[in-house]
Design a protein around this ligand. Structure first.
Ligand code: SF4
Length: 215
């Protein structure tokens, strides 16, 4: 059986493995409310609502539980040099995190990028630390802020309202200047870069920021 990977033009055609946003994002909720960064999530609107985009994400939620899944993922990455985990969704189950760690270990020729909020749950600390210890893996803990707030040495990515809000400790994602595409940049996969700042995009996110600033 083969795994279902996605190929998005934003990522220069780099493959990714994703789940349905929100359904698999337990760390997006705090005190019964979505955290700011998830209120404007791109992965619940636009194309992401189409059945053909949702279907592989729903399929993947069951598929990773197969015994052969890690073997199939390793085979699927045979000719990849970069790989993105979770264009949408998050590592909602510890068993999934352990299987992803196995795939990462068995594909040293691939540079993996895994953004997550699951570091908020203590039971994930060991497995995420094991991923981070691998030379070929960039795990980025996402800040919940939409106004550039982050905790040094904890967070690896944060949303800023506009490109001019970048500060000296941040590496600015340039996709906004390249039609929303990575255009050859691979900063997110580079573990030597501590913090990436993503300028907010989309009407919903801009509304979230406006409300946040007005509060
Ligand atoms: S920082 Fe670079 S690799 Fe990361 S999303 Fe932006 S353009 Fe793509």
């Amino acid at each position: 059986m083969s795994v279902k990977l996605s190929k998005t033009s934003k990522l220069d055609g780099i493959l990714s493995w994703s789940l349905q946003a929100r359904d698999t994002c337990p760390a997006s909720i705090e005190n019964g409310e979505l955290v700011d960064a998830c209120k404007g999530c791109y992965a619940v609107n636009g194309n992401y609502r189409f059945p053909n985009v949702k279907a592989p994400r729903e399929f993947n939620r069951l598929d990773w539980q197969r015994l052969e899944w890690a073997d199939d993922m390793v085979n699927a990455l045979e000719s990849s040099r970069y790989f993105r985990w979770f264009d949408s969704g998050d590592v909602y189950a510890l068993g999934l995190a352990e299987k992803i760690l196995e795939v990462m270990k068995r594909t040293p020729w691939v540079k993996h990028w895994l953004p997550t909020r699951m570091h908020k749950f203590p039971k994930y600390r060991l497995v995420l630390a094991a991923m981070k210890s691998l030379d070929n893996v960039s795990v980025r803990f996402s800040s919940d802020s939409v106004t550039g707030e982050y905790i040094k040495k904890l967070h690896g990515s944060v949303i800023i309202p506009t490109p001019s809000d970048v500060t000296k400790n941040m590496t600015l994602c340039q996709a906004y200047a390249n039609d929303g595409k990575c255009n050859g940049c691979r900063a997110c996969y580079d573990k030597s870069i501590p913090l990436i700042a993503y300028p907010a995009h989309g009407k919903t996110m801009n509304r979230v920021i406006m409300l946040k600033k007005a509060a």
